[in-house]
Design a protein around this ligand. Structure first.
Ligand code: CAA
Length: 257
């Protein structure tokens, strides 16, 4: 499939999607949305792929939703097309997706990174929700997801002042899982994704589902959900294989069954 705004590659069991609109700092327009979704859905359906990495350039993961595309919309346009709703399909991808973020992750770029399962940041990464400087507010989940990641005080600070957070602050605040030198970003993210892809895919997908459920439910219901999923894993051949391999002191050979 030919793409205009992204580069799609496969590295072993890992699907790699690189945002590629260098002249617009990877601003997220409707073509980017359609192409990212298409590429991710192809990886999702491919049984040989166990995890995905989403990245941008050294200068920008993505500098936000495309301001030039949005600029002339009316309220009715935005309302009828339910502007940005398409990104919810990205957040519903069931295989793991790691965001490898270098440079600017602003507005929709920060929001897209937060829709991934975790963020590995380069030391030059800058996160922010500067929509307030444009006379608007976050619209792709920033007010909700950022608050869950970093707490109310920092989320308010970022959404109301539009200030950016550097990689060190993002790591301290729990927004990113690790920070690496920029030259090692892609390698580190691909290594993490390859490690995940070696594990039992159903176990990985259920673990992702369980962690995500913690955002949506009470602790008691979440614990019950986790326990039921855990019980169901005893129907997997991979559970037998994983535990047998441990006891027999060998490495496991998971078959995603
Ligand atoms: N939309 C459209 N085009 C963008 C863009 C965006 N979000 N961000 C950058 N660009 C374009 C610029 O217009 C410029 O294009 P031209 O050369 O044709 O003028 C090109 O990318 C390079 O950008 P700059 O010259 O501005 O680069 P810089 O290095 O001087 O500055 C920057 C970098 C600080 C990131 C600056 O580009 C910037 O502030 N960008 C906008 C950031 C922003 O406000 N993001 C939020 C968007 S709204 C949103 O995302 C809503 C939501 O909740 C989903």
């Amino acid at each position: 499939m030919a793409y205009e705004t992204i580069i799609v590659e496969t590295r072993g069991k890992v699907g790699l999607v690189t945002l590629n609109r260098p002249n617009a700092l990877n601003a997220l327009n409707s073509t980017v949305l359609a192409e990212v979704l298409a590429a991710m859905q192809i990886f999702e359906a491919n049984p040989r792929i166990g995890a995905m990495v989403l990245t941008g350039s050294e200068k920008a993961f993505a500098a936000g939703a495309d301001i030039k595309e949005m600029q002339s919309k009316s309220y009715v346009d935005a309302y009828f097309e339910d502007f940005f709703v398409g990104w919810e399909q990205f957040a519903r991808i069931r295989k793991p997706v790691i965001a490898a973020v270098a440079g600017y992750a602003l507005g929709g770029g920060c929001e897209l990174a937060m829709m991934c399962d975790f963020i590995i940041a380069a030391d030059n990464a800058k996160f922010g929700q500067p929509e307030i400087t444009l006379g608007v507010m976050p619209g792709m989940g920033g007010s909700q997801r950022l608050t869950r990641f970093v707490g109310k005080s920092k989320a308010m600070d970022m959404c109301l002042t539009g200030r950016t957070m550097d990689a060190a602050e993002a790591e301290r605040s729990g927004l990113v899982s690790r920070v690496v030198p920029i030259g090692e970003l892609l390698e580190e993210a691909l290594k993490a994704a390859a490690k995940i892809a070696e594990f039992s895919l159903p176990a990985v997908m259920m673990a992702k589902e369980a962690v995500n459920r913690s955002y949506e439910t009470t602790l008691a219901e979440g614990l019950r959900f986790e326990r039921r999923l855990f019980h169901s894993m005893f129907a997997l051949e991979d559970q037998k294989e994983g535990m047998a391999a441990f006891v027999e002191k060998r490495s496991a050979n998971f078959r995603n069954q």
